[in-house]
Structure formats: C-alpha cells, structure tokens
Design a protein around this ligand. Sequence first.
Ligand code: NAD
Ligand code: DAU
Length: 339
Amino acid sequence: MSKQKVVVTGGAGFIGGNFVQYMVNKYQQYDIFNLDLLTYAGDLTKHKDIQNKDNYYFVKADIADREAIFNLFEQEKFDYVVHFAAESHVDRSITDPEVFVRTNVLGTQVLLDASKNINVKKFVHVSTDEVYGELDFDPTTFFTEETPLQPNSPYSASKASSDFLVRAYHETFGLPVNITRCSNNYGPYHFPEKLIPLTISRVLNEQKVPVYGDGKNIRDWLHVLDHCSAIDLVLHEGVNGEVYNVGGHNERTNLEVVKTIIKTLGKSEDLIEFVKDRLGHDMRYAIDPTKLEKLGWKPTYNFETGIAQTIQWYLDNQEWWEQILSGEYQSYFEKQYSI
Ligand code: NAD
Ligand code: DAU
C-alpha cells in the first residue's frame, strides 16, 4: 500500500517547523511535505537532522499562487493538509497589513479550493486565540470555543477571516475541516522578533529589552511541542467541522516573563526598558482547553520547566539565532523600535 501524504504549510517557520520534525520522526507511514515560501520567517537550516529522511520532502511555493498550488495538489493527491503558513507577527501587521490579507486570507482560500478539488481527508487550520479579541484581568474568565470572534489587530482580523472561510467550506461543501485556536507558543526555533526569544537574545548580548506600555498585559504560554501533540490529536481524532482551543493555563504578565528570563540568565533587571505601547494592544489572553482535554490531550510542560529548557536551547544554539539577527531582521528592528 502506498504511503499517505501529509502536506504541512509553513513548515519552515517556528511552529510548523517543530510540527514537521515531530511528524517525520513519529510517523514512518506518512510522507510529510513541507510547503513553504521561505519568507523572512522561514528557514530550512532547522531541518538538517531530517532533510535526508525518506519520508520528508520540501516544496517551495506561495500558498496564494493558485496555479502552483492547484498543480501541486493535483500531482501529489495529498491525504491531509495541516495549514500553518501565515504572516504571524502582530507588530508587522500594524505597519504593513496588506501582506497579511494576501497570505492569511487569500492563501487560505486557495488551499481550501485546492483541497476540495482533490477531496482531502482532513484540512486542519491552525488559528490563534487572538481571533477572540481580549479579556479583562478577571482571572476566572477564559476564551472558550463559543466566545464570539472580535479580532483587534490586522493580524488577528486576517486570521479570523480565514477561520470563517474554513468554516464556510465545511458548511457549504462538506470539506472535512478542523480549526485549532492556540495561545502563545514558545520553544526552540522561535523567531527572535517575538517577546521570549527577543528577550533571551538581547539579555545574552547585554542589550536593553523593550517592554511595551507598563508590561502588565497577560499572555497564556504553551510549549510548542504541546501544541504539536494537540494538532496531531485533532488531525486524527478531531470531529469534522469542530473548533478546538489549545492552551495549558500558563498565564504570565509580560514583565513576569522578562524578569524570569533575566533571572535565569543571571543578569540585571536594569536591562528592562519600558517603551511606547503597541497600538490596540490586547490586555489579556487565556484559554479554556476543556474540549480538547476531553478529546484526550494533556500538555507535558508547565511554564517553569518549559522556559528553563527553552533558555538552555537558545544558549546551545546561538549560531541559529545570531545568523537571523545579523540579516535583514536588523533593519526591521531599528525601524520597529525607532532606534
Ligand atoms: P512563523 O512566522 O514563524 O512561520 C510562518 C511560516 O509561513 C514561515 O516559514 C513562512 O516562510 C511561511 N509563509 C509565509 N507566507 C507564506 C506564503 N505566502 N506561502 C507559503 N508559506 C508562507 O509563524 P508561527 O509562529 O510558526 O505560526 C504558525 C501558525 O500558527 C500561524 O498560522 C499562526 O497564526 C499560528 N499561531 C501562532 C502562535 C504563536 O505563538 N506563534 C500561536 C497560535 C497560533
Ligand atoms: O496568542 C497567540 C499569538 O501569539 C499568535 O497568534 C501570534 O502569531 C504570535 O506572534 C503571538 O502574538 P503576541 O502579539 O501575543 O506575541 P509577541 O511575542 O509579539 O508579544 C507578546 C507580548 O509581549 C505582547 O503583549 C506584546 C509584548 N511585547 C512584544 C514585543 C515583540 C513587548 O512588550 N515587547 C516587544 O518587543
């Protein structure tokens, strides 16, 4: 019997990259296709340990390129689609929203059409808790799958739009889909424009760490490998048409996160620099993962063990993030923080 084919879009990025490695190592019976445009956020060096495995393939393509995607899907006849590819950074969506609409909305629609055309067995759309908007600081309130979508940034608006398209392709055409909405991830290969890797890399270089506003905004942190196991479960066990929230109850203020990293690295809190707040900055995210837990998911990391392991990973893999910091990213950083 020929192997089943899983195409993972955005498999050169942070979460998609971790997911590709997880799947290639776990499932010999699947051929795993990494479909990625290799934007500034995509990098293949992270796959050096799997690139020669016979169940791993890479295809460079733009998900919004209808002809290329249709040709690829018709040629390979994928069984499963796991869709991570996106513009993912909120700050970039504030300075340049257009590419977010093109990739996140149009790109998703092209993938849905191509998937419908070859009758895939499942389309898992990896979305985000940010589509729900923000919560206040009442610690007893959480996002559930029933929370209305109220996205506040161009990024989350583009993700919410793509969620609606995925839902519509299920309702209208019967495409077998799931949507996952996860909280903030952290772990290996996190691009150093995001809070945790930005803080680790800057503290290690004895540089100031920019904290937006008063640092009291709350995020709910999940280790990326726990996100991967959640998607694996949804891919295999998710009920068609259902949404699953993913989160592990690890709420921290941004200031707590930054101080934990500084303390672990034995540096001074004088490195903290409060800077102008992000426009439309969401106050608090917090996930209720009960529905996914009922499906059988349990996270393996808490924030303390996960962050300690992640800091160690950044110490052990300095050349990976240094090569990123020395490239095109440097001019983004200077513009973003008006240096
Ligand atoms: P990332 O920015 O690290 O990676 C995105 C990947 O998509 C990159 O490899 C990039 O090259 C690729 N890509 C971008 N545009 C493309 C296009 N037009 N065609 C093909 N490939 C393209 O993102 P991430 O943080 O790994 O997030 C992955 C997904 O998970 C996103 O959909 C995001 O919305 C979602 N998500 C992220 C988080 C988080 O904390 N990072 C949490 C919840 C959900
Ligand atoms: O909640 C899930 C989302 O988490 C994903 O959908 C997004 O793709 C992902 O980027 C992430 O979004 P955030 O905006 O929460 O992540 P970011 O790392 O950019 O910021 C985390 C918090 O830290 C946020 O409150 C803003 C703050 N921050 C961020 C940066 C980059 C700072 O205080 N200083 C900074 O320099």
